[in-house]
Write a protein that binds this ligand. Structure first.
Ligand code: BGC
Length: 438
């Protein structure tokens, strides 16, 4: 629905839905590798088949058409386009995205293309991945290929999905691919992601397509006085480090000291920085604890609050507040909510996801509140169209508006699918939108 001026969409990412990991010359990625590490992913799950979107994409476009979305945000698997990360392009991988993009445009759905949603080619990880300074150049070359092949049809480019998550969890905490626990590597990864955005920006912008970045924005809370410092540190590293460096060219004031010699003179500047929009992924507040060794770790939400199946605090006013905070921090940059949704433990046959319907109603209400307070939020993309591979949680937690049967991959819309269709038909988010039965 674009007539209303508000853009409605759904979001997915390549490794979480495509499957077909060996098809048509795709190279291996760090998630193909990481999922093989014993104990790394719940139930030993992996994305080998996922939703088989690589083959079933026409059916998935039909679902989007039924929803009435104006845009679809998906990510490109770098290793389908460049199996070795650099070097020779893989025409068959490019052709897959050509078909997908053309299929979307035929249905009047805008392709919102994210270049990186965590699935680095393993060949580049073998050379240090995001911790290697050379990656800014490798990424810029990949971006040039994307610009050349898809710049004529993309409606938006996002350089990265949630740098805060894949640098902290992948290189600091080791709970995501590539599974490294090394704070120096983590700092280097943060900085090289920012450098990569700066390096790729000119070639992507030359296409005339708006170029933004997508961040995970979680309010950080420390319940006890001794947790406050850790929560501030996490806020800086997770929420703001990369977005600040990408949008303004400068890190939050304290950070360069902590990053030390990772930063070289003239690496980043206000002139080479920039984003034409910011994508906001928001789910919940995060609770940070300082343990006895003085380290920060994930704490539990307070005992009496409502929780999602992921154990995340359902707190719609925190969403309104976060939208206001981001808008104040980056004045004049339009915002789009590029992910929001709820993960649940859903029994297979049950399509009555009334908890998700209530979540959608309340979070869209919170978004409407932010707009009323003057925040320039121009669109909302639900996470996610399909039940999919939820990283370290495997397939145990479900985020989809559509159930994907683990047995035969059939798609069945849940109650939330119909509720979201009603919301879209209403035009703009409001407190009174008729979302349907809960
Ligand atoms: C990620 C998605 C993920 C979702 C739910 C975001 O951090 O971008 O890939 O599935 O949150 O955990």
């Amino acid at each position: 629905m674009r007539g209303s001026g508000f853009l409605w969409g759904v979001s997915t990412s390549a490794y979480q839905i495509e499957g077909a990991v060996d098809a048509d010359g795709r190279g291996r990625t760090i998630w193909d590798q990481f999922t093989r590490n014993p104990g790394a992913v719940a139930n030993g799950d992996n994305g080998d088949i996922a939703c088989d979107h690589y083959r079933r994409w026409p059916e998935d476009i039909d679902l989007m058409t039924e929803l009435g979305v104006g845009a679809y945000r998906f990510s490109l698997a770098w290793a389908r386009l460049l199996p070795g990360g650099i070097g020779q392009p893989n025409e068959k991988g490019i052709a897959f995205y050509d078909r997908l993009i053309d299929g979307l445009l035929e249905r009047g759905i805008d392709p919102w293309i994210c270049l990186y949603h965590w699935d680095l080619p393993q060949a580049l990880q073998d050379r240090g991945g995001w911790a290697n300074r050379d990656i800014a150049g490798w990424y810029a070359d990949y971006a040039a290929l994307v610009a050349a092949r898809f710049g004529d049809r993309a409606r938006a480019f996002a350089t990265f999905n949630e740098p805060g998550v894949f640098t902290l969890s992948g290189y600091g905490g080791g709970i995501h691919a590539p599974g490294i626990k090394d704070s120096n590597a983590m700092m280097a990864a943060i900085h090289n992601v920012a450098r990569a955005h700066h390096a790729a920006l000119p070639v992507l912008r030359a296409t005339g397509v708006p170029v933004g970045v997508i961040g995970a924005f979680w309010p950080m809370r420390g319940e006890r006085p001794e947790d406050a410092g850790g929560a501030m540190m996490m806020d800086m590293l997770f929420n703001w480090a990369c977005p600040d460096a990408i949008v303004t060219g400068a890190y939050p004031p304290m950070l360069p000291m902590l990053m030390g010699d990772v930063i070289e003179e003239e690496d980043l500047s206000a002139e080479t920085a920039g984003a034409d929009f910011i994508g906001i992924n928001h789910y919940a507040p995060m609770y940070i604890r300082t343990n006895e060794a003085g380290e920060q770790e994930l704490g539990a939400p307070p005992a009496d609050v409502p929780l999602s199946g992921m154990g995340w605090h359902i707190d719609p006013p925190a969403f309104t507040a976060m939208l206001e905070t981001v808008a104040e921090r980056y004045p004049g940059v339009p915002l789009y909510v590029t992910e929001n949704g709820i993960g649940l433990d859903e029994p297979d046959g049950d399509l009555n996801d009334s908890t998700r319907v209530a979540y959608l109603r309340d979070y869209l209400g919170a978004l409407a509140d932010a707009r009323e307070r003057g925040v320039d939020v121009r669109g909302y993309f639900a996470w996610s169209l399909l039940d999919n591979f939820e990283w370290a949680e495997g397939y145990a937690k479900r985020f989809g508006l559509v159930r994907v049967s683990p047995d035969d991959l059939t798609r069945r819309p849940k109650q939330s699918f119909h509720a979201y269709r009603n919301a879209i038909a209403a035009g703009v988010p409001s407190r009174s939108m008729p979302i349907g039965a809960i």
